[in-house]
Unconditional design. Structure first.
Length: 106
């Protein structure tokens, strides 16, 4: 079996759009008050950070999700989600994503 470095082929901006549609199917809303009105605050790592226009709460695309504290690139999260959906072994996922198995489980 050949391990294919597919992480290098994915575009982070397209993966960011896919993650927003997948994680927030009803649209991205403030996790504090539920308002959809937001403004771009700054880029937090690989993800933009927003301020709610109603309550001034700070949040990102990953706030309130299982990926909240992963600090991984959007392409890595998409491939991780794909591997979990296919039922791939964690050893193969870790090799493909250049992560340790321990980090993959967290």
């Amino acid at each position: 079996m050949i391990d294919f470095p597919s992480i290098e082929l994915l575009d982070d901006s397209l993966c960011l759009i896919w993650l927003e549609r997948y994680l927030h199917p009803d649209g991205l809303q403030c996790p504090h008050c539920g308002s959809p009105a937001r403004r771009l605050f700054r880029h937090q790592g690989h993800f933009p950070a927003y301020r709610c226009r109603a309550c001034h709460g700070y949040y990102t695309l990953l706030t309130g999700t299982v990926f909240e504290k992963t600090r991984q690139r959007p392409a890595t999260l998409v491939l991780l989600r794909r591997g979990m959906a296919k039922g791939e072994p964690t050893a193969r996922l870790a090799r493909d994503l250049s992560l340790s198995r321990k980090q993959l489980h967290t």
